[in-house]
Design a binder for this molecule. Structure first.
Ligand SMILES: Cc1ncc(COP(=O)(O)O)c(C=O)c1O
Length: 404
């Protein structure tokens, strides 16, 4: 006899639709278990998770090392607030400084909060250090950006759905074409405190800027006396085959903005990292969060950093990314218009006349693969970095069979 208290897929969908606001349009699959690169739904079907929580699950579901560290910390101490110190934050902060090569970090929880933190720090730095008259700071951002969904962040988004009807908007942002160094050069002036960009635009569809662009951004920031702020929330922490996507051009930004995988897929952990000359402008009470830097977050973040310091995830992402690219390349012109691959991260543009991005994701779902569409005809693939070569092959086969 089936247990009537156990809900099936349809019942879960109905319950969620009825009681949770419709701010997402999920694929019709209800997951209840995850291990490594695989998840299981409430009907017992297994799926290869090729979204990986938008790269929050770079280490896969329930990585044993992260689980052990989290369990141990859960039994000791979980939350202190920053009114007191805890024995996890200092060691975590030190390790993240080592990983980023920066002198200080400021821990928060979600990605959007870390971006907000970077914006606030850049403005305060602009007034205190650069000498911009108060209230006049400008920050240059990129077309097609995605940095989160707070009121300030959607103020400089060009995604109508994310932005419309949430005004009045926060002023102080200028938008330029992503990848166009001349446009950026024209946009910066004496009021510019920062250039904020994703080194690869994730939500934009894994858009990789032209080779040399990040170096030009670095040079333009240096000439203008502005901070280069790299939002590596999705691109960072091994996804692209390097610790940071900026590493592909040997560029070191002034501020790293980190999140997602920093919490190991277990817990929201975000942070910005910068030198004392920048982060030193923050004084007690001028910024903070009840949960930011809590001992559970710090313990998990510390373990994430320790795993990244070994370098194997970066190497695996680079190697598996080549396997993925070799598999996908023959599909260009045979159902796909273009592919963009950096590390184990791919954006696929479906050819006109083929399925929409959403339809392709539904077909992949039916073949046991989870992926996510963006901008109509594009899908993103970002499997956990713990997948095997065979599993990457399976993903490629599923895409090939679904695009026709
Ligand atoms: C580059 C980038 N920045 C910021 C964010 C926002 O992070 P969160 O959803 O944790 O607020 C995201 C989320 O997808 C992102 O990809």
């Amino acid at each position: 006899m089936p247990d009537p208290t156990v809900l099936d897929t349809g019942a879960h969908i109905a319950l969620t639709e009825r009681y949770a606001a419709h701010n997402y349009h999920p694929l019709p699959v209800v997951l209840e278990h995850g291990e490594g690169a695989w998840v299981t739904d409430v009907e017992g079907r297994r799926y290869l998770d090729c979204l990986a929580g938008y790269s929050a699950l770079n280490f896969g579901h329930g990585h044993p090392r992260l689980l052990a560290r989290a369990h141990a910390q859960l039994d000791r101490l979980t939350l202190t607030s920053r009114a007191f110190l805890n024995d996890q934050l200092g060691p975590f902060a030190e390790s993240l400084c080592r990983l980023t090569g920066k002198e200080m970090v400021l821990p928060m929880n979600t990605g959007a909060e870390a971006v907000e933190t970077a914006i606030k720090v850049a403005r305060k730095w602009g007034y205190r250090v650069k000498g911009v008259p108060e209230g006049e700071a400008s920050i240059v951002v990129m077309e097609g950006n995605f940095h989160g969904r707070t009121t300030t962040i959607v103020s400089f988004s060009d995604d109508k759905v994310a932005r419309d009807e949430y005004g009045p908007y926060t002023p102080g942002f200028r938008t330029v074409t992503y990848g166009d160094a001349d446009a950026l050069r024209r946009a910066v002036d004496d009021t510019t405190v920062a250039v904020l960009l994703e080194p690869v635009q994730g939500e934009g569809g894994v858009v990789i800027p032209p080779e040399g662009y990040l170096r030009e951004v670095r040079a333009i920031c240096d000439e203008a006396g502005a901070l280069m702020v790299a939002d590596e929330i999705q691109s960072g922490l091994a996804r692209t085959g390097r610790t940071f996507a900026c590493d592909h051009e040997d560029v070191v930004p002034d501020v790293y903005v980190l999140g997602k995988a920093l919490g190991g897929g277990l817990y929201p952990v975000s942070a910005i990292a910068a030198d004392q000359a920048v982060l030193g402008v923050i004084s007690p009470g001028s910024h903070g969060s009840t949960f930011g830097g809590n001992p559970l977050a710090a313990a998990i973040g510390h373990e994430v950093v320790a795993m990244l310091e070994e370098g194997t995830f970066q190497a695996d992402a680079a190697r598996l990314g080549r396997v993925l690219e070799e598999g996908l390349r023959p599909l260009v012109g045979a159902g796909l218009d273009a592919i963009r691959v950096r590390g184990l991260w791919a954006g696929l543009d479906v050819s006109p006349g083929g399925p929409t991005g959403r339809e392709l994701c539904e077909r992949l779902l039916a073949r046991g693969v989870l992926a996510k569409d963006t901008h109509g005809s594009t899908i993103r693939l970002a499997p956990p970095l713990v997948v095997t070569d065979d599993e990457v092959g399976r993903l490629v086969d599923a895409v090939a069979a679904s695009i026709g």
